[in-house]
Design a binder for this molecule. Structure first.
Ligand code: C2E
Ligand code: CA
Ligand code: CA
Ligand code: CA
Length: 278
């Protein structure tokens, strides 16, 4: 029929049709994921140069009974497009802060908790109020919270972002600039916004031992950060050689498979208790 032809004509090849149907599947399943308790958190430890855990990054995970394990890169953008990111974001903050407060208490280790905040989530008018409500309800120490945002959050509407960041800073919550160096306006953001920490993107880190250019870039990033009292975190540290190079360049904090993959709360608990007693 004419109607059927029109529908199929939208997809000029099969992989496009597949992508479309798969996206619909993901949307459909995602709507149930929160209520059905399919989302959970993994925590990746972050280390100082002396080898102790100084923080964790909270990373969301989705085990779907129908679609299998879904990495966050495969569903966060879809969640944003269908308006589910609010709920997921709230889940992430609530669960991470609850879990990590419990661990801070049981192990006696003081460590920061970094939470990823998506573009739309950060720009929502009630983001700050919701965040504070959760922090107060749980009783989490605001100084130990770090919000990781990417550059794309920050390029438009600089005045309202400055205003929001000021409110966040007044609560002693820290702001980290994620994937640093991959965007176009990284330096102007450092100049105009109150950034506490920057995470050097793992694409630079991956090349540090083989490529002089990457090494020079990282060196430059760290010097600028030092000058502005900004903490530098290297993500994707996979080998000892990478760690050695990064330490030479005076990077502050290290995160990556060389130290630990993202792990669950129980594994993190035993990792922290061995630190507390050693
Ligand atoms: P990201 O914020 O840049 O997170 C770092 C990613 O690198 C994580 O992937 C982490 O598992 C991975 N990683 C850690 N160490 C290494 C390493 O040594 N080598 C390599 N190659 N990779 C490493 P993951 O967990 O799959 O997350 C992917 C992205 O999804 C994150 O990138 C972040 O943008 C987003 N994401 C994850 N959790 C959340 C969340 O709770 N909220 C939001 N808004 N986004 C999230
Ligand atoms: Ca991150
Ligand atoms: Ca990153
Ligand atoms: Ca990333």
């Amino acid at each position: 029929s004419a109607k059927k032809e029109k529908r199929t004509a939208i997809f000029y090849d099969e992989s496009m049709l597949y992508d479309y149907l798969h996206k619909r599947d993901i949307e459909h399943e995602l709507n149930k994921a929160i209520v059905n308790d399919e989302l959970y958190m993994a925590y990746q430890p972050q280390y100082s140069v002396d080898g102790s855990v100084v923080g964790v990054e909270a990373l969301v995970r989705w085990q779907s009974p129908k679609l299998g394990f879904m990495p966050p890169d495969s569903f966060i953008y879809i969640a944003e497009s269908i308006g589910s990111m609010d709920q997921i974001g709230t889940f992430v903050i609530e669960r991470s802060l609850t879990d990590m407060l419990a661990l801070q208490k049981s192990t006696g280790v003081r460590f920061s908790v970094s939470v990823n905040v998506s573009v739309k989530q950060f720009k929502k008018a009630d983001f700050f109020e919701n965040l504070m409500a959760i922090i107060n309800k749980i009783g989490f120490c605001a100084e130990l919270l770090i919000l990781e945002v990417t550059e794309s959050v920050l390029i438009e509407d600089i005045e309202s972002i400055q205003h929001l960041m000021l409110k966040i800073k007044q609560q002693n919550i820290r702001i980290s600039l994620d994937d640093f160096g991959t965007g176009y306006s990284s330096l102007s953001i450092l100049k105009n916004l109150p950034i506490d920490e920057l995470k050097i993107d793992k694409s630079f880190i991956a090349d540090i031992t083989t490529d002089r250019e990457s090494r020079t870039m990282i060196n430059g990033i760290i010097s600028i950060a030092k000058n502005k009292n900004i903490i530098t975190v290297a993500e994707g540290v996979e080998t000892k050689d990478m760690l050695v190079e990064l330490s030479k360049l005076d990077c502050d904090v290290f995160q990556g498979y060389y130290f630990s993959k993202p792990i669950d709360k129980a594994q993190l608990a035993s990792l922290l208790s061995s630190q507390a007693t050693s």
